[in-house]
Design a protein. Structure first.
Lengths: 638, 638
């Protein structure tokens, strides 16, 4: 039943050989690798304004342009820095690898943890922002934002568990649509201004515009929110091996074009807001939707079509950005699991050749965030961007150290670029952590060190296990002799003499000559009856009956094993053979004692015990009682 | 850890011999056995008024007296009927037994189900009503009603799991306190009227008193609510064996005195309300608290003391009534489980000699009801009383049929009494079901048949099992010969050659000469490596390696067992030996694959398979890595 649903949802298993990907050309690599980075502009701009407007009012639009220029500058440094990462790590230069390679394992694990946190945030923020777009265009959807987000995340999960190929060109289209729609918006917006068309500013609720004055802290907080525009910039350097030959060149071109796109869209949008004064905020439509409404409106069918096209393309690219997190996050977990820092379950691909456990894990936490923060981008954004900038910092520092060490041709200017990159991103980390501390950044500030600590613990555990499992050459040699020393003894706990217990005793005989049948009674009458029926078996296997005055069932067995009567001798293994009913209907399970589970759990704590379960397949009640007249009145219960 | 908490809460286990009870004299039997019945007056009276007042206003008080008189008449018939049950069933005449004995198994199971439902309702209603009393006296507690109810139910659970003895005299005191406080209230109330003291009626919210006219339906609905006053009347007939010799006489006296107490309190309270016009309802104080306030007030310390004494004793007796459900419900379940109608887990006493599973089950459902109905007596009452009256009806009908059949001395008048009892209670069931159908009775109308259906299914299952387990004399005889036919073959699935898998293979050797080592690989390189290390073992045990192109782990093993290569021969048992790591810390469990569980679950569905688990006790990571320098950078993961 469950298997069938799974099969229908996820498709049948895929062969190992099916793993191979299409390589990205610049044309398709650009949209696929940059959807995350480009789409973040959609929330970065309004979130800058949301910080400023309630404090300083109309002046905010002016300052936002300045901050956007700073962020564009920061992005340029990043692009230059990452070009060098591409040069040095043609096999993929994720922050985890670059930091681990050059700064050591602690920095690597920190970068990995930081990035993992931000991939999760990408899903939560992008989907929430995406839904904000459509619920702004179709206001009737507004009350169901959280539910829509949940459905989208679940669809992303199912799609990714099926194995949506990130490389599929279909995923490139929304990015181009979005770039095109933004250009349309920006260009038309400017033309309207130049041609002197009247601009109608949005109605604002009273007190919407603050009347205070600007402060450094405020500017830095707006800057922090704006920094979310740069999340996703690292995507290209992760994916270098997937680029067409020459990989370095292709990747660098993609990176450059991505930078240009962000420059145009972020810059253009910031300038436009300074003219059109959109009013982002709680209960207000999404900024891009507002702008589309002010510049195109919905007066004619043609204008409405453009309006819905812009809103729709913003929604699509944001969902797509979440989808890229779905391919990057599980991959990151798998790489860390291969190094022993993550549970083994994340290491290998599932039936559909995707890292199923990582996908499910990502979904779970992203959904939790969406529900807790009610799919509110402004609230979620407090937790966002620290992780990305921390991993930028570690990766750039890694490159800086590497260049200092290798002293390759022309190393000084290169090192300066990476050094500058490290410096500015580190500064950004500190600014983000401080200015957004109260808005949720404190959670991330606590979680990342906790993660690093846990990851190191995990590796330690795996290493400790490998130590305990390792065989010396000596031990290997003696293998065939050794086993003859062992003696195997079997205890068969029974309730009563019936087909099931007799079957168990028989099996016990086949595996050892040293068998004991064991039973616990809570009254002496039952003991007599048991001994009587057991005698009928006419066997020489001894029956031990323990009276349990406290009606405990498991303990007397454990005590017996530990007791003098059944003394453990070195090398002995005690096999405890438990019969278990396998019922046909799920609810029948509740009709049988759970003693089996309790005994097993307790016995497995012993060193020299093997727990064997012998299942008895019960038939369906109706099959058994089919032929005869069953009357509940007469029948004695079992 | 868990065990320690349990021990501290519940006390240590009690010996079988500790089971023996004090016998009830009339003096202590009366309060202990009648707390449930007498306490129900506390909610029956206001719930009658709550139905009437919004419809017909002040006339309600008048009608309530009439309805109370009807209910007292009904009670008298019940007392007479139950005297005869006591005569015939000196070993305890619960409805389940009387109905099953005389009307057959279906009627018995119906009576048992109905009673079980109402025991659960008793806990929910009594505790909610009790908390209403104290939160009316201390209004600051009002917002926490649900929480207080939950705490009380949990305390009742813990107390009963520890084994509070119902027979303990301490449980008789609150009943006497309540009877005394009610007499004080009623007598003082009448004296005040006779002496002409002024009566101040309570302030009521506008529209509190309805202005409609009376209808039959309304009267019957008020009657239905009033019938809750009779819940608990059956308690004496259940507990006859616990009465002092001569048991019949003692029990009858207790029953009579209980009837008298209810007569006085219900009648007296109804008459008083007709004078004092208390105003029960949502947001209003509890009726008894209102009456105490009007008759005594809190003007002097002495008056206030009486006021709090009355409120407090009402609270105490209601909680005590819930406690009697805690001893009766698990006992009923146990009796039904002994007949095979309930899961076996309810049959036997736990460590503290109480029916722990029944107690926990009762608590769970009662808590659920309290939370869902927000501890609101008026809402809960919709579900109440049908069960009790249905079981009254079945029990009285049973007595009627019995007398018709036995034709004992003086049978005709006796049969008439039981017949009348059956008739009036059946009428009450119909009235309650119809008038309260929309208020929640529909839930009970659905649940009782469902329960009956399930209980019959349970018995059928147990019977089908006993058929399958039964051994013929023939089978018993051949026992010692039979086992020699069996052959035992062992499959040892391994991941790699390590200390754990080598230990498994060695154990396998001791239990059979026919051992196969089995492994699944998802790439050919791993297979080569495995074969290489396995060769070092220098053993003749064959190694089978299956390549799994779909990365499935469990399925290839199952396929191998089912395959031609490993053909099953009649009588063979295939033992699959699984190694399992037993880790020291709880979170380490997440670091290991759950394949073990999946394999076990799948294998246990087979007919001729035994699943053996060989645990490997892992040491604490720190113990292993203690002596050496562990460096996460250098160590290869496992």
């Amino acid at each position: 039943m469950f298997d069938k649903i799974k099969r229908a949802l996820l498709g049948s298993a895929l062969n190992n050989e099916a793993i191979s990907g299409e390589k990205y050309s610049v044309l398709w690599g650009l949209p696929i690798l940059s959807s995350d980075a480009i789409s973040s502009v959609a929330y970065a701009v309004p979130e800058m304004l949301i910080v400023l407007i309630p404090a300083i009012g109309l002046a905010s639009y002016h300052y936002a342009v300045g901050i956007a220029l700073c962020i564009i500058g920061l992005m340029m440094i990043l692009v230059l820095s990452y070009r060098q990462t591409i040069e040095h790590y043609p096999n993929g230069g994720g922050s985890y690898i670059v930091a681990k390679d050059n700064l050591g394992v602690y920095a690597g694990v920190t970068a990995g943890s930081a990035l993992a946190v931000d991939y999760i945030m990408t899903v939560a923020v992008s989907v929430s922002a995406g839904v904000e777009q459509i619920s702004s265009a179709f206001v009737t959807l507004k009350p169901y934002s959280v539910e829509i987000c949940i459905v989208i995340v679940l669809l992303l999960m199912v799609g990714n568990l099926r194995g949506i190929r990130e490389s599929s060109r279909i995923f490139g289209i929304p990015t181009y649509l979005f770039i095109f729609s933004m250009l349309l918006l920006i260009v038309t917006g400017f033309i309207k201004v130049i041609t002197g068309a009247p601009i109608v500013h949005a109605q604002t609720p009273p007190g919407y515009y603050g009347v205070g004055s600007i402060s450094l802290f405020l500017l830095l907080r707006a800057f922090s929110n704006g920094c979310t525009a740069l999340t996703g910039v690292e995507a290209v350097s992760n994916a270098i091996p997937n680029c067409k030959e020459p990989v370095r060149k292709t990747a660098k071109r993609i990176l450059l074009l991505m930078g240009l796109s962000i420059l145009v869209i972020l810059g253009g949008l910031a300038f436009l807001t300074n003219i059109y004064h959109p009013t982002p905020g709680e209960g207000q439509p999404a900024l891009i939707v507002q702008m589309a409404d002010m510049i195109f409106g919905r007066a004619t069918v043609f204008n409405a079509a453009i309006f819905y096209f812009i809103s729709g393309s913003a929604f699509l690219i944001l969902v797509l950005a979440a989808n890229t997190a779905y391919s990057d996050f599980p991959m990151l977990l798998s790489v860390m699991a291969q190094d022993g820092f993550m549970p083994r379950q994340f290491k290998t691909r599932g039936e559909r050749l995707v890292f199923s456990n990582g996908i499910v894990f990502l979904t779970t936490i992203a959904l939790l965030l969406i529900v807790v923060f009610k799919a509110n981008v402004t609230r979620l954004i407090g937790l966002y961007a620290i992780g990305v900038f921390l991993s930028f910092t570690l990766s750039q520092t890694g490159m800086f150290i590497r260049l200092l060490r290798t002293k390759e041709h022309n190393w000084l200017p290169k090192a300066l670029i990476n050094g500058l990159g490290a410096l500015v991103t580190a500064t950004a980390v500190i600014i983000i952590a401080i200015t957004k501390f109260g808005e949720g950044a404190w959670i991330v500030v606590i979680i990342i060190p906790l993660m690093v600590f846990s990851l190191l613990k995990v590796k330690k555990h795996y290493f400790a296990i490998s130590k305990q499992l390792k065989l010396t050459a000596e031990e290997l040699k003696d293998f065939d002799l050794e086993h003859k020393k062992y003696r195997n003894r079997v205890i068969v706990p029974i309730d009563s003499v019936n087909r099931s217990s007799v079957r168990s005793i028989r099996y016990a005989r086949t595996i050892s000559d040293n068998v004991v049948v064991f039973s616990v009674t809570i009254d002496h009458e039952a003991e007599l009856k048991l001994r009587e029926t057991y005698a009928k078996l006419n066997t020489d296997i001894p029956l031990i009956v323990k009276y349990s005055p406290y009606r405990k069932i498991v303990e007397p067995l454990l005590e017996y094993i530990a007791s003098e009567e059944y003394k453990y001798e070195t090398g002995d293994i005690i096999t405890v053979l438990l019969a278990r009913f396998e019922v046909k209907k799920w609810w029948h399970r509740f009709l049988h004692n759970t003693t089996h589970f309790r005994i097993t759990r307790n016995l497995l704590k012993h060193k020299h015990v093997v727990v064997s379960t012998i299942p008895l397949q019960l038939n369906d009640d109706d099959d058994i009682l089919h032929s005869e007249k069953y009357n509940p009145t007469n029948e004695k219960p079992w």
